[in-house]
Design a protein around this ligand. Structure first.
Ligand SMILES: NC(=O)c1ccc[n+]([C@@H]2O[C@H](COP(=O)([O-])OP(=O)(O)OC[C@H]3O[C@@H](n4cnc5c(N)ncnc54)[C@H](OP(=O)(O)O)[C@@H]3O)[C@@H](O)[C@H]2O)c1
Length: 283
């Protein structure tokens, strides 16, 4: 199957500190099986997405890779992120996990490889980061980064290796705006990528403030939240398996939020997580 030309304006690229660039908006595929991921990725590519975020944990690298190959879109226009899972940390296991992910994706080297969680209590994330640095030096992956890292975790890997991750993928939505972490990233030159950008069913999309801003702009609550992410400068990877929502979530370039909208959304921050606290998981 060849993907038809997208009808939406193209998603802007964000420059990363290793000289590469990634689309600011991509598709997440957590809790989707291989067949579902294949369909969702095919729909997304047809709608103009060029970045897909998967992980060994999600169990759908085969489906993601198949949709990327079947799209007919040149490989250099596509971006795929995958991640080393917690129980694969440590040099030997990480190398094996990386090879297995590459084989399942079957699209050549991944564009971005992330440590999924620091799991500081295991004491392996620094060694795992050194392993990712080696993979990058050997040209086996284009870019390397982390996920769910707190400032102290970032400091340790940077001091140990001298290599700064290109991005940190963290939970971020209007109820958890992560201002301090974003400012820390900005000082380091690390891009912030938001997981659960729509709040993963936590009520953000039904919040009266978001709903009223959406009504005023004649767009949907999800479009307001995604426009907010993009204007904040964060990268976002909303997940959907629903074709209409996949298209809706990339159709966010035809309106602008006002300063008053920003003030209203800023007021929604509650520091409220939907996922685990990175200082607690595997501590
Ligand atoms: N690094 C990490 O530790 C980590 C953790 C969690 C997630 N992630 C990544 O981040 C991605 C996104 O996070 P997430 O999946 O947890 O949450 P999310 O993207 O915030 O929310 C996904 C949920 O919102 C629904 N949805 C999507 N678009 C919608 C729309 N326009 N209107 C109404 N509802 C909509 C989806 O339903 P349908 O699918 O039924 O349409 C799904 O139930 C994941 O898929 C994964 O790639 C990373």
């Amino acid at each position: 199957m060849t993907t038809s030309a997208p009808t939406q304006p193209p998603v802007p690229d964000v420059a990363l500190l290793d000289g590469t660039a990634v689309p600011q908006l991509g598709l997440g595929v957590y809790k989707v099986d291989d067949e579902g991921a294949r369909d969702a990725v095919a729909t997304a590519l047809a709608a103009g997405y060029r970045l897909v975020d998967t992980a060994r944990l999600y169990g759908n690298e085969v489906g993601v890779g198949r949709a990327l190959r079947e799209s007919g879109i040149p490989r250099e226009e596509l971006h795929v992120t995958t991640k080393v899972w917690n129980d694969d940390q440590g040099r030997e296991r990480t190398l094996r996990a990386f090879d297995a992910s590459v084989a399942r994706l079957d699209v050549g080297p991944p564009d971005l490889y992330l440590i999924h969680w620091p799991c500081a209590g295991r004491g392996l994330y620094v060694e795992t980061w050194q392993t990712l640095v080696g993979l990058r030096e050997d040209g086996r992956v284009r870019s390397i980064g982390v996920s769910n890292f707190q400032p102290a975790h970032l400091t340790r890997i940077i001091e140990d290796s001298g290599v700064v991750p290109v991005l940190n993928q963290v939970e971020l939505h209007p109820y958890l705006q992560q201002r301090a972490l974003r400012e820390h990233h900005a000082r380091l030159g690390v891009a912030t990528q938001a997981w659960a950008p729509l709040g993963a069913g936590n009520g953000v999309l039904e919040d009266p403030v978001i709903v009223s801003v959406a009504r005023r702009h004649r767009v949907t609550p999800a479009q307001v939240v995604l426009r907010w992410h993009l204007d904040l400068g964060t990268l976002a990877i909303p997940k959907s398996v629903t074709p209409g929502r996949i298209r809706e979530n990339v159709d966010v370039f035809g309106f602008e939020l006002t300063d008053e909208d920003y003030r209203l959304v800023a007021g929604l921050d509650r520091g409220e997580r939907v996922g685990p606290d990175p200082d607690v998981l595997g501590a």
